[in-house]
Write a protein that binds this ligand. Structure first.
Ligand SMILES: Cc1ncc(COP(=O)(O)O)c(C=O)c1O
Length: 359
């Protein structure tokens, strides 16, 4: 088969090892296997403090799930199955091959393992369900039981692991090492790069959808606020903005003030673990960044902002009043925009991401 139609192509540049995504191959693969629709951009015109429009990329229903994470974890699972198949048979898979019984039988022999603050686990579980594979998800004690229940009802085995995200991540690694499961983490470290790079590549469809919308409307934002946990989402979007958008915005990276792992790491030029209390922005409460995300963000971000639990909680209430119900994690970009609006003069349209539905 012509490798051009194949699912398996490298997301990392062969020479430099840098992130080299292609949103088109993500779209081809996902559209062949799921009911694909771009998520909407909401426009709010008269929000106090802004004369420009507030544009909201609404990720609360991506692929009928409850966050953008669906695009990353599902895509990574599909692609990793193609990679396994290729390494065992020498055959390249095409996007439509996943429905065949021989590929479903093959996938049934694979268990995907990951740690999650909730949404990544749901995405990996859905990828496993769609392909016939198995999923085992490690959740720390800070992750709400509602996520555990959703995971189980979608077919995952749930393991309660550790006191925080980093501990659950370490335990998922031991799990994959000892059981032969495939670790599909959303953060990278050392030479563990490909699965997290695939997860990030999945997220690039958000920036692609936005780009096409702005090309039609001409309503390019002057500022983009990207909230970060380990940084995968922010890195995927910032990469695409710098590479493909014809009108360049200011890119602002937003983290909880109790988990500024990307800011601290990028400013000091080395990957750092930060200390801090547990944040109400649970999905952003990561104390160690993804090395690949850090690398991408260090050359694409203009400014860092930290938001407090109180600001995130207020932002969630405000967004709820505007008809956009979400969580503190989902509202973090709005919290940063709001804090900015009080301090700086208005500079055109602003884009934020509401990254998940209210739990
Ligand atoms: C709702 C939500 N928003 C933002 C993020 C941050 O994404 P990342 O960890 O890739 O930085 C996550 C991560 O799980 C999330 O679930």
């Amino acid at each position: 088969m012509n490798p051009e139609n194949a699912v398996l192509t490298s997301v990392l540049d062969a020479k430099s090892g840098t992130f080299q995504p292609d949103p088109l191959r993500v779209l081809k693969l996902l559209a062949a296997n799921l009911n694909y629709q771009p998520t909407p951009v909401l426009e709010l015109g008269n929000v106090s403090g802004f004369s420009g429009k507030l544009l909201i990329k609404d990720e609360r229903r991506r692929f009928g799930m409850t966050s953008f994470k669906a695009a990353g974890g599902i895509y990574a699972v599909f692609t990793l199955i193609a990679k396994q198949w290729h390494s065992q048979t020498g055959e390249w898979l095409r996007p439509e091959d996943y429905r065949t019984s021989r590929i479903r039988r093959f996938a049934a022999s694979i268990t995907f393992v990951c740690a999650s603050a909730g949404n990544h686990g749901l995405a990996v579980t859905r990828g496993a369900k769609l392909t016939g594979a198995k999923a085992r998800i490690h959740l720390s004690e800070t992750v709400p039981e509602s996520f555990a229940e959703k995971l189980r009802s979608d077919g995952a085995e749930v393991v309660r692991s550790g006191k925080n995200y980093e501990e659950s991540m370490a335990l998922s690694l031991v799990d994959a090492d000892t059981t032969g499961g495939i670790l599909v983490a959303d953060a990278s470290w050392g030479d563990y790069l490909e699965p997290p790079a695939l997860v990030m590549e999945g997220y690039t469809i958000l920036a692609d959808e936005l780009q096409h919308g702005f090309e039609k409307s001409g309503q390019w934002p002057a500022r983009v606020y990207l909230q970060a946990g380990v940084g995968g989402l922010a890195a995927a979007i910032a990469f695409m903005i710098r590479k493909r958008w014809s009108v360049q915005p200011e890119v602002v990276l937003v983290e909880p003030d109790s988990a500024p792992c990307l800011k601290e790491s990028i400013v000091s030029g080395q990957l750092l673990r930060v200390e801090g209390p547990v944040s109400n922005m649970g999905r952003l409460d990561c104390k160690v960044p993804s090395s690949l995300a850090m690398q991408v963000l260090s050359s694409t971000v203009d400014r860092f902002m930290l938001v407090s639990d109180e600001q995130a909680a207020d932002a969630m209430v405000d967004l709820g009043r505007l008809g956009v119900a979400t969580t503190p994690s989902g509202a973090a970009g709005y919290a940063a925009l709001f804090a900015d609006a009080k301090e700086t003069e208005d500079r055109g349209h602003a884009l934020i991401f509401v990254t998940e539905a209210a739990i």
